[in-house]
Design a protein around this ligand. Sequence first.
Ligand SMILES: Nc1ncnc2c1ncn2[C@@H]1O[C@H](COP(=O)(O)OP(=O)(O)OP(=O)(O)O)[C@@H](O)[C@H]1O
Ligand SMILES: [Mg+2]
Length: 226
Amino acid sequence: MNVIVFASRKGGTGKSTLTAHLAAQVHKASKPCLLIDADPQGSLTLWHKLRGTNEPPIKTAVNSVSGIVAAAKRDGIEWVFIDTPPNTSAVVEDAIKNATMVIIPARPGVFDVNAVQETIQTCRANRKPYAVVLNGAPASRDNAESRIVTIAREALAKFRAPVWGGQITNRSDLLMALGHGEGAREYFAEGRAAAEIGRLWAAIERSVKAIRGTSPSSGAMHKQAA
Ligand SMILES: Nc1ncnc2c1ncn2[C@@H]1O[C@H](COP(=O)(O)OP(=O)(O)OP(=O)(O)O)[C@@H](O)[C@H]1O
Ligand SMILES: [Mg+2]
């Protein structure tokens, strides 16, 4: 079983957005996924209500996720995705302790990039693989990423933070999908939002395989220099 934790000390970076879109991307009856909403704000729970299918299943955690994660393992769940609140509370620490890998979304702005440091510290202290994912970024033009994204990568390189080479662009499709309780692919399979979510998922899977030792770690995003 693999546990992917979405964490960032800063609010509004895209933790709940990425959790929902990736869960919708991954969940299949043959590859069951469990969502854990560890944020009292309940964004993921709201999306799940809008979805109305109870698939993937969701559980709410208040102070700790360990019991839910242990039960999921016994139940043969393949993927657990945990959405966490924007702080460094006990439940965030507990989620990170249970993580196979931590995804730290950050918007490409100076405040956001600076704020990843605390979450990175928690990952490093717990010896957990992690990667920063630039989210809400301006669109690339002619395959060239926006200057602000390049600046963010340079700043993250100073913290020696591994950063996913792609980006999740600021796209209304991502918001529209959430409003329908859907993931990007369910909302518009041929769209750019779905393609980016698909690429992010492929990168997470590659990293997890490398962490598990079932594929080489070279090129895995949690090892990638910014
Ligand atoms: N790539 C994106 N494109 C468009 N809108 C986005 C994108 N990422 C996030 N948003 C929007 O930005 C807002 C904040 O995102 P979200 O709630 O996912 O962040 P969060 O990190 O979970 O916030 P919190 O820390 O409060 O839990 C939401 O309205 C969300 O739909
Ligand atoms: Mg959230």
